[in-house]
Design a protein around this ligand. Sequence first.
Ligand code: B1M
Length: 212
Amino acid sequence: MAEFNALTESVIKGDIKSAVAETQKALETGQDIQSIIDDGLIRAMDDVGERFSKGQIFVPQMLRSAKTMQECMKLIQPHFKEGDVKAKGKVVIGTVKGDLHDIGKNLVSMMLEGAGFTIIDLGVDVNPEAFVEKVKETEADIMGMSALLSTTMPAMRHTIDALKEAGIRDQVKVMIGGAPVTDDFAREIKADAYAPDAGSAVIQTKKLLGLS
Ligand code: B1M
């Protein structure tokens, strides 16, 4: 596993300048993109979450680390787009109602875009009706929902119910993810797929569309 301690530390501290410089250095020295994200950035956010749980840091510090990670992701994003980008399908994606966490959802979007899918990103705090409207309007192949709070997971079920009520549940495949979400929960709410991380989201999307 590559060492990204300086990068991880900078994200934990919320030191944007140093984190961006470390990301740039990692890219220039040809480090694996996935490893920069997993072993450098996500590792930092896990640490930040743990410190928050223990009451060692508070929301402003968590926000600062999130902003720092997002600035690093801006540098990394172009590297996702090197392959064949012929559109393979349309994905409407968003973070569910009541939930403002978007880093994971953005990462999933970037990876899917890099893999050649067209992304329609509804942002955060997306209510079920907005998902339904966009799926109808764009005739999306996949609807992706992200939730980071256990209290917002039920919104995933409500959104699937809204698809049913609109009579379009069988016209779109539903994929869900986010730290508290599990495969069991996906089965329970009758989502078509669950992905634990952004890489798996690409694999699942391809499977759902019969591309692999
Ligand atoms: Co929040 N927060 N937060 N937070 N936050 C968590 C999630 C928490 C676990 C921290 C903790 O207590 N340890 C905890 C939730 C506890 C729970 O419900 N189980 C928590 C809490 C409690 C809260 C608040 C309630 C705090 C408060 O105000 N008292 C509040 C809620 C606000 C709201 O949403 N209504 C809040 C606020 C915030 C900030 C705004 C400060 C900030 C978010 C900024 C932003 O996103 N723009 C924030 C942050 C940064 C975190 C942590 C530290 C990091 C989240 C993150 O970005 N991880 C987080 C702790 C943690 O997760 N370790 C925490 C990195 C990201 C790449 O991973 O999002 O898991 P993740 O995404 C992964 C996979 O899950 C998956 O792929 C991604 C990439 O591999 N995935 C999908 C995600 N979506 C997917 C969709 C898919 C497929 C895969 O298909 C569609």
